[in-house]
Design a protein around this ligand. Structure first.
Ligand code: HAM
Length: 407
């Protein structure tokens, strides 16, 4: 039997990969426009980074990590998410000042695979480190919202919550624990276990969703500083024109969040996979990883889910396909080089075929136009044909670029 990709992983092939290319390049340019530099960190880290960072009580750490020992017996884990590694890197580099960084890449979680829930999946994300200002939270939420609407995800809504901080959260946790204890009999086995470690995790349990629907919300227990922070984030979002809804029981699946937590929900996917992205503030994470206190806020968006939500039709991948009659092969190759040097996306077949075969290839590759290098070349001309309506003109070879740009 021939070999296949592992369960829960995907090959992203053309033409579908064109959607991915557009999603990734839009991400790069938008992140740059908001002032985020590129960061690249390892795809695997010491297991400790995620145990401490993401949190021992989370499903990610308990069930989903790809953990292995290397040849020297060190415990390593394929990154299940990007934030803990980025904060680890910032601390390692000295944790000075402010750092705004964006990344994209594969993440790994041992999940039960289904559409939009993969074992290797792709995130684009960013982290804004070194500030606790509410403006940073609002900027991050705004960028994610603008990206999702720009890429065509339908009906994006932002769900917003505040999870409090060290000051007010302990009181909330105790109130929640007491409330859940009274309903022990209704909770699933997993929730009974997480109730001991971290009662907030129970709010995230799909099985117990009905039971916890009117559990106490952290929003009702916020201290004054957290209340002020939340209202500042809200007023910044209002002035930026970013619509959001308060989601008082949104707790997110990772333990490092303080204050702001948010998710983007789209309509195109199954109920279980409607979160196309999420993020929040994590002012205690750097210390959990053994560093100095460094406040931070960030987000990650799931590219697999976004790709499933947006229309598959994208612009053609090629501006022009150069074809030639037998005699003019060398001239056609030279023309291709010139076009490519001017940044025009151009291609041709690697070996000489009939004109019919070359036109077929142009069609298959989704080119906008075909340039035919044939007998007209002797008088410095080529045949230029649009593939959408079949119209063609004979133009001077030096006019090709202008003609292509006019299409
Ligand atoms: P997360 O909510 O775990 O957050 O993941 C962010 C997004 O990644 C999800 O909303 C979803 O779209 C996508 N995603 C997660 N798991 C899968 C999967 N198994 N298959 C397909 N897509 C998936 C984080 O990862 C945080 N690091 C976000 C963050 C950054 N918080 C602060 N900074």
């Amino acid at each position: 039997m021939s070999l296949r990709a592992p369960k829960g992983t995907d090959d992203i092939l053309p033409p579908h990969s064109r959607v991915w290319r557009r999603l990734l390049s839009t991400w790069e340019s938008m992140a740059e426009a908001y002032g985020y530099d590129l960061i690249m960190v390892p795809f695997f880290e010491s297991t400790e980074v995620f145990n401490r960072g993401v949190g021992e009580s989370t499903e990610v750490v308990q069930k989903q990590m790809y953990t292995f020992e290397d040849k020297k017996g060190r415990s390593l884990t394929l990154r299940p998410e990007g934030t803990a590694g980025v904060v680890r890197a910032f601390i390692q580099a000295g944790a000075q000042g402010v750092m705004k960084v964006a990344y994209s890449g594969a993440m790994f979680r041992y999940e039960q695979p289904q559409a939009g829930r993969r074992r290797q999946f792709y995130q684009v994300g960013l982290e804004y480190l070194g500030t606790d200002a509410a403006d940073a939270d609002a900027e991050v939420i705004e960028l994610g919202y603008r990206y999702l609407t720009a890429t065509g995800v339908p009906d994006v809504t932002v769900q917003l919550n505040s999870l409090g901080d060290d000051e007010c959260r302990p009181t909330y946790i105790e109130a929640l624990r007491a409330w859940l204890e009274e309903r022990r009999g209704l909770l699933c086995q997993d929730s009974l276990r997480t109730l001991e470690m971290n009662p907030m995790r129970v709010l995230d349990c799909k099985v117990c969703a009905g039971v916890v629907a009117d559990a106490p919300s952290p929003i009702d227990y916020l201290c004054e500083a957290c209340q002020t922070h939340l209202s500042e984030v809200r007023s910044r979002l209002d002035s930026a024109g970013v619509p959001y809804r308060l989601a008082p029981r949104l707790v997110r699946g990772l333990d490092y969040y303080t204050r702001t937590a948010f998710e983007y929900v789209g309509s195109a996917l199954d109920a279980a996979q409607t979160a196309v992205g999420g993020g929040g503030r994590y002012d205690g994470l750097a210390e959990l990883l053994g560093g100095p206190p460094v406040p931070g806020v960030g987000l990650a968006l799931g590219v697999d889910r976004i790709a499933l939500s947006v229309p598959d039709a994208v612009d053609p991948a090629l501006d022009v396909f150069v074809v030639n009659t037998d005699r003019y092969r060398a001239e056609a190759r030279a023309l291709l080089s010139t076009l490519r040097a001017t940044g025009i996306r151009s291609d041709g077949l690697p070996d000489q075929r009939s004109l019919k075969a070359q036109f077929k290839a142009a069609d298959r590759r989704g080119a906008v136009a075909v340039i035919v290098v044939g007998d007209e070349w002797e008088s410095g001309q080529v045949v230029a044909k649009r593939l959408d309506d079949g119209s063609q003109v004979v133009i001077g070879s030096e006019e090709i670029v202008t003609w292509l740009k006019s299409l």
